[in-house]
Structure formats: C-alpha cells, structure tokens
Design a protein around this ligand. Sequence first.
Ligand SMILES: [Fe+2]
Ligand SMILES: [Fe+2]
Length: 195
Amino acid sequence: MALLHTLAPSVTEQIRADHAHALATFHQFRADMPAERKQALVRNVCLAVEIHADLEEEIFYPAMRELGPDSELVAKSFPEHDHMRLAITRLRSMAASEPDYDKTFLDLMRDVLHHVADEETTLLPAAERLLPERLGELGLRMARRRVELTAQRAGELGATAWQALPESAVGAATAAWHAGTQWAGRMTSSWWRRR
Ligand SMILES: [Fe+2]
Ligand SMILES: [Fe+2]
C-alpha cells in the first residue's frame, strides 16, 4: 500500500483532484467573457468531466459496488453521468455565441456540483472506511487508464488547453490537474519498465 502510494495517488485522492480541477475551471467562467475564451473553458471542463466519468465507471464504481451498502448511490451515478454526457454533446454542437450556450453550461455545472457533493460526502468517505487496503491499487489502475484516455484525446486536450486563457487565470487546481496528467504518464511508464 505504501509502495503503491509512492507510484500513484490513491483513487480517492485522484477523484478529489479531478473534482477540484473541474470546479476551479468553472469558477473562471464569466457570462461576459469573449466567446473564444468561453468556448475553450467550457470544452476544457467537458473533456475533464468525460475522462473523469469514464475512470470512475471503469475502476472506482465497480469496486464500490462489490461492497453492497453504498451500491444505491453507485447505481444512481451511472444515469447522472449519462445525463452530463448529453449536455456535453449538446454544448459541443453549439457556438458560444448562441443564446442557450451559457444556460446549457450552467445547467451542466449544477448537475456536476450536485453529483460531486454526493460523492465527496458519501462515496469517497465510504471507500476510505471500507476499502483502505485497495485505495492504492485502484489509484494505480486509475492513473494508468488516465494516461490511455488522455492520449486518445490528446488533440482535443491541446485545443482546449488553458493557453487560450490569460496566465493569471490558471488556477492552482487546474495546474495540478495538468501536472497530474503528465505525472501519471511518467510514473506509469516507469512502473511498467520495472515489471
Ligand atoms: Fe461520478
Ligand atoms: Fe466524481
């Protein structure tokens, strides 16, 4: 467990960091910001939410489901993620100048905030209470899968990166998220070389 933790943050630490990144990016949103910057910000959040939802569904939720007691919250999480994916698809088809663009994004963020609150007040503490011996292993699997998903979407990630925003607007959590993505790649490849 201690060794695994030196290779990757635990699964709950990664999930909290992803939440912090999405919320920090959202807090940069202003209705009156230039359309191009607004679109970059929205696309960055959408991509981060999609990758995060995939990681949870593939690695974290199945482990929680095995426990039973919190399986109801896990079951509810899948349709909530799907609901977010629909809003993301809709946002991608829209121009930032369209009248419904802001409302669609703000509705998505309301859903994300609600979902994050459920996870951070129920699911993550339950995982830390009931699965302490698996947090490191799940974290390593999540870090490895994150590298794959990020690589598959490298083009989009580049196009939505924060270069579109002023340097001063880069929040600490956003910087940490990007650093974490790069770090996951380095650690995972060195981990595999040692196998
Ligand atoms: Fe989730
Ligand atoms: Fe989450």
